[in-house]
Design a protein around this ligand. Structure first.
Ligand code: COA
Length: 255
């Protein structure tokens, strides 16, 4: 097994563990990752997901280049689709996903991190989309998500040059939310905090924030207004508002 899933209450850590290849994703590892994410998406007991890489050196050093070197166009399409499935799950599952970038996050590794809701980097992290240097382009969402997160001007420079950036630069351009050592502790701290909030409100917050990815702006604002109102039918909304008024901590039940 090259993908480990560990639970601490409602917080789940998913660790990609293929250290002899700096956690680069081959078919078996990526398939396993997709399958674990599919399960976690539907698991109400899992309220916040942290994604990280095993060892000291890498988050994920990319898609497996050795494997990709033998692909014909049809096989490459299938490979791209599998990576997109994993990215979409991280981006759309109804609970927060946090990347703890503990080293190299290159190519497909950077793309998986970009699909997460929040990214933290260790001070040693190195990020980038080096595909251009292999004569290809990012194929798991990198051309789209890097531009959405960092702006198209920044994304074009990184995708065109393929250069690798350090954690300080990643923070400056908004590619990561913060730098922390040890980065996994920081990610788990946030995950625990998020797991204590209303899962109903968090899932809606994620769905609404994700509208910026697709729907037209005024449609998204209409949707926010409508869903905001409907959320007041939930027990969690009543509890959260009442608890504040009563100066106590809320106890959310997930309805
Ligand atoms: N695919 C397959 N194998 C990879 C890999 C990848 N993306 N990235 C690293 N590895 C393997 C190396 O081939 C090497 O295996 P070996 O010991 O059997 O030769 C092992 O991981 C260690 O990597 P190495 O290159 O020796 O480590 P390094 O510290 O000198 O360099 C990197 C680290 C990340 C700079 C370098 O491995 C690299 O450039 N990797 C490719 C990054 C990339 O282009 N990713 C995007 C792919 S789309």
């Amino acid at each position: 097994m090259s993908v480990r899933v560990e639970r601490d209450g409602a917080v789940v850590t998913v660790t990609i563990d293929r250290q002899d290849a700096l956690n680069a994703l081959d078919v078996a590892t990526l398939t396993e990752l997709r399958d674990r994410l599919l399960e976690l998406a539907d698991d109400a007991d899992a309220r916040a997901i942290v994604l990280t890489g095993a060892g000291e050196k890498a988050f994920v050093a990319g898609a497996d280049i050795r494997y990709m070197s033998g692909l014909d166009p049809d096989q490459a399409k299938g490979w791209g689709a599998l990576g997109h499935e994993a990215g979409r799950l991280l981006e759309t599952m109804p609970k927060p996903t946090i990347a703890a970038i503990n080293g190299f996050a290159l190519g497909g590794g950077c793309e998986l991190a970009l699909a997460c809701d929040i990214r933290y980097a260790s001070s040693r992290a190195k990020l980038g989309q080096p595909e251009i240097n292999l004569g290809i382009v990012p194929g798991w969402g990198g051309t789209q998500r890097l531009a959405r997160i960092c702006g198209v001007g920044v994304a074009k420079e990184l995708v065109y040059t393929g250069r690798t950036i350090d954690a300080d630069e990643a923070l400056r351009i908004g590619l990561v939310n913060a730098i922390a050592d040890p980065v996994l502790d920081r990610a788990l701290e946030t995950a625990r905090e998020l797991a204590s909030k209303s899962p109903v409100a968090l899932a809606l917050a994620k769905r609404l924030c994700n509208l910026t990815l697709g729907v037209d702006h005024s449609g998204a604002l209409d949707m926010e207004a409508r869903e905001f109102g409907e959320l007041f039918a939930s027990e969690d909304a009543k509890e959260g508002l009442t608890a504040f008024v009563e100066k106590r901590r809320p106890s959310f039940v997930g309805r």
